[in-house]
Design a protein around this ligand. Sequence first.
Ligand SMILES: Cc1cc2nc3c(=O)[nH]c(=O)nc-3n(C[C@H](O)[C@H](O)[C@H](O)COP(=O)(O)OP(=O)(O)OC[C@H]3O[C@@H](n4cnc5c(N)ncnc54)[C@H](O)[C@@H]3O)c2cc1C
Length: 453
Amino acid sequence: MSPPRIVVIGAGFAGLYALRRLERRIPRGMADLVLIAPNDYMLYTPLLPQVASGLLTPQSLAVSLHRLLHRTRMVPGSAIGVDTEARAVIVKKISDEITYEPYDRLVLAPGSLTRVFDIPGLTEHGFGNKNLAEAVVLRDHVLAQLELANATRDPVEREERCRFVVVGGGYTGVETAASLRRLTEEAARRYPDLRPDINWHLVDIAPRLLPELGPRLGEESLELLRSMGIEVKLEVTVREATENKVTLTDGRVLPCRTLIWTAGTSPSPLMGSLGSATDRGRLIVGADLTVPGHSEIFAIGDAAAIPDLSKSEEGATCPPTAQYAERQGRVAAENVIASLLRRPMRDFLHRDMGLVVDLGGRDAVARLPGYDLAGLPAFAVTRAYHLWTLPSAPARARVGANWLIRALTGGEVARLGFAHGKPSTFVDIEAAHYLGPQAVRQESARLLDSVPV
Ligand SMILES: Cc1cc2nc3c(=O)[nH]c(=O)nc-3n(C[C@H](O)[C@H](O)[C@H](O)COP(=O)(O)OP(=O)(O)OC[C@H]3O[C@@H](n4cnc5c(N)ncnc54)[C@H](O)[C@@H]3O)c2cc1C
């Protein structure tokens, strides 16, 4: 009998930690481990705003999978559909070839995409900050605006290029606004005349910033952002965006050429291809992480709606954070093994350990169990936390070295040339063509007839 095939989709926090546990616990030759992922690295997303600001090089957050996984067969591509009847995943390889991977056990961990609302002009003119390409493009675009503002004699163009609007008061938006504000401040040393014209705005539809941190730290972060010169406007969002202006829902018109959209994420559309129940796009699973009616399929991370057993409210689900995804990965691996051995599976239970938010420079806020921290202690905890949770020693060394180099030599504000011509929008960067349940069955039938296993 051939060994069981365990297929994992996605190598982020959830998928990587599931595979590491599977490699450690399953003796060699007892199972075939397969990973379907578009990239051969795991992206440590919590530090992405520091790539956008240039504090970290992009490579330092791309943690090599080859270093961490030793007997997993990697299929470079994206899963575009799952045929639960044929037990096969349809894959679009990075070469554009369409193929399939059969499975005995499947772990779905494809994460999420930037959530786009139906706001006129948003997809054409908005910038995201959710992957390395977006972070690098964003940094180049911001630096290019200052160079162009400095070069023009037109005061209107200058005003537009010197204004930056960030939408989203969660940790991604706050960290992105704070770190890029510092970047423009640093870059403006070259253009002292521009300094008074540089304007940063942060808007959010919610009444508070960083609701995950509680009211006290939310208020503290708001004060910090304002002291950095960022104009924060709450209970407001974007009504329309064009190439050179953003109109807010309170009627205010901001002439600007940079709209950074970080207002939430939506689960990978792959979850819709199974034809199973979803909750706002997240695949609904039980506390043992299996899909109801499919004990061979597990779903974890941002794309799964997992009951939060640590909360007393009915229907509470786990938050979409790296902290949860990593732990769900380990439990999914244990349950995959238990299901192969026909042993009982365990439920996922984790109590939130808090959140750290880096506001650039030496500013940070941190909520730990029983403690709220701000200022230097929060900064130290934030940096130590990231060094501890980065998944490999070389990645820790690279990130630590980047921080040290910056502390000793100051920043480099050179543009890399990625945003020449029409910059890519987050919609271009995240584009993929997922199949609906019916198209999955047609494509799968065609592939099963024509492609050898
Ligand atoms: C800028 C930013 C800052 C953040 N800061 C924090 C923080 O400070 N603390 C915190 O806890 N969380 C933070 N998060 C959230 C955290 O990154 C996510 O909750 C976490 O990454 C979820 O893990 P995941 O494995 O579900 O998804 P991801 O880590 O996003 O991984 C998904 C993986 O699946 C791959 N993939 C996607 N689609 C497919 C497909 N169709 N086929 C195959 N592979 C696919 C992707 O390439 C990726 O490798 C932050 C997120 C962002 C964007």
